[in-house]
Design a protein around this ligand. Structure first.
Ligand code: GLN
Length: 548
C-alpha cells in the first residue's frame, strides 16, 4: 500500500482548474521517479457521471473498463502514464451505496452506522485501494471547501494525517480589484483556509489562481495569514497552453516542497535516484512543437452542447494533440448543429473551415442540422470526422442522399422509419432497462486492409472506447457497400459483427468512427486519427490557397 498521500482541495469557487493542478502535481511526481495513482472524490450523489447532463457538468469521460466518470480523469490520463479505471472516481453516491449494502448484509454486526467512522472508513479504503503497489496517491476532492456535500470526504482525508505521510494542497483564487488600481485581494483565500482549518486541515501548500505570478508581498501576506511557508504559496497564472504548467510549478519549487513533506528530502540532480529532479523532457518536446507551429488550421466541432465549453473537452484536447503531431496550430470552433437545422444557406459557413468534426451525443435536438452539415462536407470534399452519433448520422445521410433510402434514420430518433440503418441489435431490444444496454469501455476493433483506417492505424487490431446504445444495422452493410461506402473496422458483439468505422474512398477524408478516439489521445502520444485529420486539414487549406 502507498504510504504517501497528496490531497488537493479547492476553495473560493469552482472551475479554477483544480483537476489540472492535480494532474500537473502528479506529473511532477512521476517525473521525480515515483509510481503514482490519482483518485477523484466527487461529492455529488449520482453513483457515477453517466447520468449527468453535459450542459451542466461538462463531458462524461469513459475509461477502458467502461466507467463513466468525471472529466478530470481525462486530465490525469493525458498528463500521466497511468490508465484510469472505475476505482479512480468515487462519488458520495457510490460510497453510500456500498455502506448501505454492507449494512443490509449485516457486515456492521448491529452497530449504529454513522458518517464517522463508517462512511469515512469506506472513503479511506477507496483511497488506499488505488495506492496498491504505488509510491504516492494524489487525491483530488471535488467541490469547494465549505460545501455541505464534501464534509465526509474532508473528514476522511483529515483522519489520514495520522495514518500516513501526507501533504495538503489547497487551491484558491486571488481576484484583482480594478477599482483599487488593480490590487490583488487575498481575503477570499484567507477565509477559505479558515474554513479548512475549522474541519481540522491545515494546508501545507496554497496554489493561487491569478492573472499573473504573485508578487512577493502578496505571497508574504498569504503566508502570514494562512500559516504556510512563503515558498509554499505557489502562483497558478493565466497561461496560453495548459502544457506550460509543469514548468511554471517546477520553477516555483512545488515538487521540492512536496518531496520534503512526504519524504523528508529534496529531489536530487543525480539520475535515477529517487526522488530525482524532474527534467520534464516529454513536456519540453511538446512545448517545442507548440512554439514551433507556424501554420494554423481552423477546425469546426459541430455539436449540441456548444454553450458549455467543457462538453467537448477531450475532443478539443485531441485536436490540439493532432496539431502538436503536425507542428500546426489548431483553432477550434464549437458550432451548434441547430444553426443548420432549417436554413439551407447557413451550412455554407463550413466552407470556411479546414476540417469538420461531427460530435457524439444523445437526444434529437440538432440532429437534422448535423445531417445537413455532413451532406455539405461530403458534397464539397471538406475533411470530416464523425464520432459515435456523428458516424451514425454519416450513414443516415449517405443512405438518404446517395442510396435513395428516403426517410432513412436511426431508430433512436424515428422508431417507425422504413429504413432503420442505425438500430438497436436484436439482443438489446429484449432488454428494457436503458442503462443496461449501453456499450461501454474498450472493445476490440478489427481493421480492414487497404482502407483509410488501416493507413491511419497501421495495425490490424485496435482497442477503442465506446459509449453508445445504437449500432449501424449489419443488415444494410451489403447495400451501402455496393453504393460506395466502405466499412473499414468491425467489432464482434456476441453473434453480431457490427461496423465500427465507415469511409468514402473517393472523398479527401470522410471517416466515421463508432468509438471515441479522443479519450485515448495524449499530448506526447497524439491519437493517429487526429494527427491524420489535422494533416488533411492543412493539405486542404494549402490546396485552397493555391486556387485563390
Ligand atoms: N446516441 C447514440 C447512441 O446511443 C450515440 C451516442 C454517442 O454519440 N456517444 O448510440
Amino acid at each position: 500500500m502507498a504510504e504517501h498521500f497528496v490531497f488537493v482541495t479547492g476553495g473560493v469557487m469552482s472551475s479554477l482548474g483544480k483537476g489540472i493542478v492535480t494532474a500537473v502535481t502528479s506529473a511532477l511526481l512521476e517525473d521525480m521517479g515515483f509510481s503514482v495513482n490519482v483518485i477523484k472524490l466527487d461529492p455529488y450523489i449520482n453513483v457515477d457521471a453517466g447520468t449527468m447532463n453535459p450542459f451542466q457538468h461538462g463531458e462524461v469521460y469513459v475509461t477502458d473498463d467502461g466507467a463513466e466518470t468525471d472529466l478530470d480523469l481525462g486530465h490525469y490520463e493525458r498528463f500521466l502514464t497511468i490508465t484510469m479505471t472505475k476505482a479512480n472516481n468515487v462519488t458520495t453516491g457510490k460510497i453510500y451505496y456500498a455502506v448501505i449494502q454492507k449494512e443490509r448484509r449485516g457486515d456492521y454486526l448491529g452497530s449504529t452506522v454513522q458518517v464517522i467512522p463508517h462512511i469515512t472508513d469506506e472513503i479511506k479504503s477507496r483511497i488506499k485501494a488505488v495506492g496498491e503497489g504505488k509510491d504516492v496517491v494524489v487525491v483530488e476532492i471535488g467541490g469547494t471547501v465549505g460545501d455541505i456535500e464534501s464534509l465526509p470526504f474532508l473528514e476522511a482525508i483529515r483522519q489520514m494525517k495520522k495514518e500516513a505521510k501526507t501533504c495538503y494542497i489547497h487551491t484558491t483564487y486571488i481576484p484583482v480589484l480594478e477599482s483599487t488600481s488593480g490590487e490583488l485581494k487575498t481575503k477570499p483565500t484567507q477565509h477559505s483556509v479558515m474554513k479548512l482549518r475549522e474541519i481540522g486541515i491545515q494546508p501545507d501548500i496554497i496554489i493561487c489562481r491569478t492573472e499573473k505570478i504573485l508578487p512577493p508581498d502578496v505571497k508574504k501576506k498569504i503566508s502570514l495569514y494562512c500559516d504556510v511557508d512563503e515558498e509554499a504559496v505557489i502562483s497558478d497564472p493565466d497561461i496560453q497552453d495548459i502544457y506550460e504548467l509543469p514548468f511554471i510549478f517546477k520553477k516555483q519549487g512545488l515538487h521540492k516542497i512536496i518531496s520534503m513533506k512526504l519524504f523528508g528530502t529534496e529531489p536530487i540532480e543525480m539520475f535515477n535516484m529517487k526522488p530525482r529532479e524532474p527534467k520534464l523532457e516529454k513536456w519540453q518536446k511538446i512545448m517545442y512543437k507548440i512554439r514551433n507551429s507556424k501554420d494554423i488550421v481552423k477546425i469546426a466541432i459541430v455539436g449540441k452542447y456548444t454553450t458549455q465549453t467543457d462538453s467537448y473537452l477531450s475532443l478539443k484536447e485531441a485536436v490540439k494533440h493532432g496539431g502538436i503531431a503536425n507542428e500546426v496550430k489548431t483553432d477550434i470552433f464549437l458550432i451548434s448543429s441547430e444553426n443548420f437545422e432549417n436554413n439551407g444557406e447557413s451550412v455554407k459557413v463550413l466552407r470556411e473551415y479546414d476540417a469538420v468534426i461531427i460530435a457524439g451525443g444523445f437526444g434529437s435536438r440538432g440532429i437534422e442540422g448535423k445531417i445537413n452539415a455532413i451532406r455539405f462536407c461530403r458534397e464539397n470534399n471538406i475533411p470530416i470526422l464523425g464520432i459515435c452519433l456523428g458516424m451514425q448520422l454519416m450513414v443516415v445521410e449517405f443512405s438518404r442522399n446517395v442510396c435513395g433510402l428516403h426517410g432513412a434514420h436511426s431508430t433512436e430518433f424515428n422508431s417507425s422509419t422504413n429504413y432503420p440503418v442505425v438500430d438497436l441489435l436484436e439482443e438489446q431490444k429484449r432488454i428494457s432497462n436503458l442503462g443496461g444496454t449501453m456499450r461501454l469501455g474498450a472493445w476490440k476493433v478489427k481493421i480492414k486492409e487497404g482502407t483509410l483506417a488501416s493507413r491511419i492505424y497501421g495495425a490490424e487490431e485496435i482497442y477503442e472506447r465506446h459509449r453508445h446504445r445504437y449500432e449501424i444495422s449489419p443488415k444494410y452493410i451489403p447495400f451501402l457497400t455496393s453504393k460506395g461506402m466502405v466499412f473499414s473496422g468491425f467489432s464482434y458483439i456476441g453473434d453480431f459483427v457490427v461496423p465500427e468505422m465507415a469511409e468514402i474512398p473517393t472523398h479527401t477524408f470522410f471517416l466515421g468512427v463508432q468509438f471515441h478516439p479522443e479519450f485515448k489521445s495524449k499530448p506526447f502520444d497524439p491519437h493517429p486519427i487526429f494527427s491524420y485529420l489535422v494533416a488533411k486539414a492543412l493539405e486542404t487549406k494549402k490546396n485552397r490557397e493555391m486556387f485563390v
